[in-house]
Ligand binder design. Structure first.
Ligand code: HEM
Length: 154
């Protein structure tokens, strides 16, 4: 599926809104991940040792923001170039980190669902099926690039 101007714009616009509320949204993102897949708790250094999800934890925020931001950048690249272009060193790093933490394909689906729910909450009445497809498509292509790199590193 090609990525349209409109899809690129929808992702960019929603990310602009999300940026204003990072502490809250990153917490919502991780709460949702753990609701869908409680077992993911053990993977994250900042979740493993606490009973509740830590507020304002820099590492927690960093992972959430990286997933949001890289997905948004992927959407822009899909629109402009028709494909995702990440520096080889970035991809290799992402592949090896996720491989070493024991991330598997099914986890990428969980994170996708959590991402979509978080965007939905963030944008409220602006949410639409088209916006969902745009974020979903950009995420899928990014996740595929990371998964391919994980397989290459395994
Ligand atoms: C770490 C991005 C999906 C689990 C990271 C890092 C980045 C990143 C940039 C930091 C690497 C570093 O240390 O320099 C992404 C992106 C994803 C994605 C863009 C999806 C497109 C996932 C999924 C899981 C996961 C599906 C599993 C539920 C982890 C864990 C770490 C990590 C456990 C190490 C965090 C820590 O404890 O410090 N990820 N990630 N990620 N990611 Fe992801």
């Amino acid at each position: 599926m090609g990525f349209t101007e409109q899809q690129g714009r929808l992702v960019k616009e929603s990310w602009e809104v999300m940026k204003l509320d990072i502490p809250n949204l990153s917490l919502r993102f991780f709460t949702t991940i753990l609701e869908i897949a409680p077992a993911a708790k053990g993977m994250f250094s900042f979740l493993r040792d606490s009973n509740e999800i830590p507020q304002n934890n820099p590492k927690l925020k960093a992972h959430a923001v990286k997933v949001f931001k890289l997905t948004c950048e992927s959407a822009i690249q899909l629109r402009e170039k028709g494909e995702i272009v990440l520096p080889e060193s970035t991809l290799k790093h992402l592949g090896s980190v996720h491989l070493s933490k024991g991330v598997i394909d099914a986890h990428f689906e969980v994170v996708k669902e959590a991402l979509l729910r978080t965007v939905k909450e963030a944008v409220g009445s602006k949410w639409s099926e088209e916006m969902k497809c745009a974020w979903g498509e950009a995420y899928d292509q990014l996740a595929t690039a990371i998964k391919d790199e994980m397989k290459a590193a395994a």
